[in-house]
Design a protein around this ligand. Structure first.
Ligand code: AHR
Length: 330
């Protein structure tokens, strides 16, 4: 090969490596070599208060945050709140004392954040809400990155209307009481089914977004309503998978005698659809790491960011589940 050709081949290889390294990562807006006064990924210290590990969705979300931090060279101080708001508040106070550059928080419930967010603001540390909103004035956080939970609830209802041909008795497995997704997924669902007078939510009970509680609560509902139940609307896939177990233990066929629609689109939901036990899952995207750190860098460097960055999400049905399952990352 001539020298010219070798150089061209080398450059082409470099280009390919650059293009395939990690397509999901945000583009570097600054590098350590650039001394323009901007903070770089490698210089940024991020405190992150996660809710817990209640669902497969959450595990995927945590992995996305941690892996992206490593890939970008960001110093991440991660705290698992074990689904308790007081633990999250304590973690945020610790981040403030450590003088981190920015705080990411996924609030377990909507209310009760105002004073600790005000403390962060007074210390000059911006807050980024990830996944879940908090019920606070807009000046107390820089931006919210996450799903449109109302629309997820509406989509679940639209699918349910089709499945039941506009007529039937539904039981609802609610997420963590007081959390943004539980509030909005309930409201969005009702907004649609109110136009169908023969569709009734006969019971709502919280399964706290966990498989174990979903199973337990569904077992109780079956004892109360038994064969009357036409369908289950579960605020997440983990509770739906718990409910599937309870329905089978009760002697009915989930997905057939009792239709089930849930939210998240985790891998186990695809398997349940392949097995004919789940009728649809509405996607809620947990892979927020790349967007979160991109936003964090912009915020610490004083760049303007939108107040809400919504995720793009789809709806999945059993007929496509086998083809799509291998592509799912959570
Ligand atoms: O906030 C997102 C929700 O939290 C997911 O739907 C659920 O699985 C998780 O626990």
């Amino acid at each position: 090969m001539s020298t010219g050709l070798k150089v061209a081949a080398f450059l082409f290889t470099l280009l390919l490596m650059g293009c395939t390294a990690n397509p999901a990562l945000p583009e570097a807006t600054s590098t350590p070599e650039m001394d323009d006064g901007r903070i770089t990924y490698e210089e940024m210290v991020v405190g992150y208060s996660q809710i817990g590990a209640e669902s497969n969705w959450r595990t995927g979300n945590t992995a996305s945050i941690k892996e992206t931090a490593v890939d970008l060279g960001v110093e991440l101080i991660f705290d698992d709140g074990q689904q308790r708001q007081e633990n999250q508040i304590k973690a945020i106070r610790t981040f403030i004392a450590q003088q981190v550059d920015v705080i990411g928080v996924s609030p377990v419930v909507e209310d009760g954040w105002e004073s600790v967010f005000q403390e962060a603001k007074d210390a000059g540390i911006p807050i980024i809400l990830v996944d879940r909103r908090a019920n606070v004035p807009e000046d107390l956080y820089a931006t919210y990155l996450g799903s449109d939970f109302m629309e997820e609830g509406r989509n679940a209802a639209r699918v349910m209307v089709d499945l039941l041909a506009g007529e039937g008795k539904i039981v609802e497995l609610v997420g963590t009481v007081g959390s943004a997704p539980a509030i909005d997924r309930a409201a969005g669902f009702r907004e649609i089914i109110q136009d169908y007078p023969d569709m009734h939510i006969i019971a709502s009970a919280s399964g706290d977004f966990t498989r174990a509680k979903g199973e337990e609560v569904m077992g109780d509902l079956l004892q109360l309503y038994g064969d009357e139940i036409d369908a289950v609307y579960a605020h997440n896939d983990d509770m739906a998978i718990g409910a599937i177990k309870a329905i089978e233990a009760y002697g009915l066929q989930p997905g057939q005698q009792i239709k089930i629609v849930s939210i998240d689109a985790i891998r186990d939901a695809f398997q349940a659809m392949i097995d004919g036990k789940l009728n649809a899952t509405i996607e809620c995207n947990p892979l927020l790491g790349p967007q979160f750190f991109d936003l964090a860098l912009k915020v610490v460097n004083g760049e303007p960011v939108p107040k809400w960055i919504p995720s793009e999400e789809g709806i999945f049905f059993p007929e496509d589940a086998a083809e799509i399952l291998p592509t799912r990352r959570y």
